[in-house]
Design a protein around this ligand. Structure first.
Ligand code: ATP
Length: 380
């Protein structure tokens, strides 16, 4: 096991910057998730740590050692890819044994390592099968098993669950987390799936256009996003955005007015800008009768999910966020635990507490005001 430290890592392909000035240190044994939209540089970082990509500048440390010039085979990392990459002509047991045989481990050691990994992953009954005789989930377990038997210093996982169906993904997420708790190996996990990032990570690194936007625990990233990019990427559904103008102690969203608290007023009145993006989480908006709403909206979709109901509404009297197409309707996503009596096309009022508002600078996207984080429930 080892720490992983990146220092000012940059990578350029054909003069195109893929990642820029990436620095972080993963403490020994932690599970970190790199998340961001397609093309933001997640895999480039992972492949650089693995030694599959020579970096343009910066240093990579595994433990105390700078590994920039160490070939991939000698970095003592194990990588699991989205496509499993099992050897089709080998049985599961042979696939598991292969890495150790290459290292010329003793036969008894190999047998023991296979038995231990098979037990952990519940694949003991599959050891004599070939990959083609396995389901996607079983193949994924074998790929993980192949990484585990080597007991590397670092696990590097690149979208390992994305070929699985939704239910299996959720199951494997839980298992992966348990597995990490058992083996305790420092892990870097790449995904574009925000739920996967939230549920698996000790810490999340949010990337955009090759740069780090924020590093934090899942709760920090959700409760305290540093900017509009993070706020609208993390969370399912993502945070709603509305453009508002500030004047005389109130925020106007289209024709609607929302009075500011003294602290928000003090903050906004001190700034030169008068227009802001407001952020509202889906669960912070309440549905009320039209005459009681701060905002009026039309119901566009209702999706009952059992424990909660998801609604999409379009605003009847607000301007869309400045970073979106101004000809587009402004839609908001709402999640409520109340049973919803209503239909698509109905008009409904929306209320929210000012204390649940996030405020972002319109030009830079920086988060300049945010609600108090919810109280933590101690389960220690
Ligand atoms: P995805 O989620 O789609 O896999 P990603 O966040 O992992 O995306 P990368 O694969 O790291 O993104 O790619 C980052 C950028 O670098 C992209 O613009 C990509 O086109 C570019 N890129 C990656 N590898 C190469 C390469 N070998 N040659 C040229 N450009 C590359």
């Amino acid at each position: 096991m080892a720490t992983v430290r990146l220092h000012q890592l940059s990578q350029t392909f054909d003069r195109q910057v893929a990642i820029e000035d990436i620095s972080f240190e993963i403490p020994d044994g932690e599970f970190w998730v790199l998340v961001g939209p397609s093309g933001c540089g997640k895999s480039t970082i992972l492949r650089s740590i693995a030694g599959l990509e020579a970096v343009s500048s910066g240093e990579i440390y595994i433990g105390q050692d700078c590994v920039n010039d160490v070939p991939a085979r000698q970095r003592d990392v194990a990588m699991v890819f989205q496509n499993y990459a099992l050897y089709p002509h080998m049985t599961v047991a042979q696939n598991l044994a292969f890495g150790l045989q290459m290292r010329q481990a003793a036969a008894a050691e190999i047998r023991e390592a296979i038995a231990r990994a098979a037990r952990m992953l519940d694949i003991e009954h599959l050891l004599d099968r070939f990959p083609r005789q396995l389901s996607g989930g079983q193949q994924q377990r074998v790929a993980l098993g192949r990484a585990i038997v080597r007991q590397p210093k670092v696990f590097l996982l690149d979208e390992p669950l994305s070929n699985l169906d939704a239910q299996l993904r959720a199951e494997m997420r839980t298992e992966l987390k348990q597995l990490h708790q058992q083996v305790g190996i420092t892990t870097v996990y790449v995904t574009h799936d925000r739920t996967e990032a939230m549920t698996l990570a000790d810490r999340i690194v949010v990337l955009h256009n090759g740069r780090i936007q924020q590093i934090g625990t899942p709760a920090e990233i959700y409760d305290r996003p540093c900017n509009r990019i993070v706020a609208t990427f993390i969370g399912d559904p993502p945070m709603n955005l509305l453009t508002a103008s500030y004047q005389d102690g109130a925020l106007s969203i289209g024709a609607a007015r929302c009075d500011c608290s003294a602290s928000l007023h003090a903050l906004l009145s001190d700034r030169g800008d008068r227009r802001f993006d407001l952020g509202l989480r889906a669960e912070a908006i309440s549905l009320v009768a039209p005459e009681e709403g701060i905002l009026q909206s039309r119901i566009e979709a209702i999706e009952p999910l059992g424990r909660e109901t998801f609604l999409r509404v379009s605003l009847l009297d607000a301007s869309p966020s400045a970073d979106r197409d101004t000809s587009a309707k402004t839609t908001l996503d709402i999640v409520t635990i109340d049973r919803v009596v209503g239909r698509v096309g109905n008009t409904v009022g929306l209320r929210f507490d000012e204390s649940s508002l996030f405020v972002f600078a319109l030009d830079t996207g920086e988060c300049i005001y945010q609600p108090h984080a919810p109280q933590a429930a101690s389960v220690a």
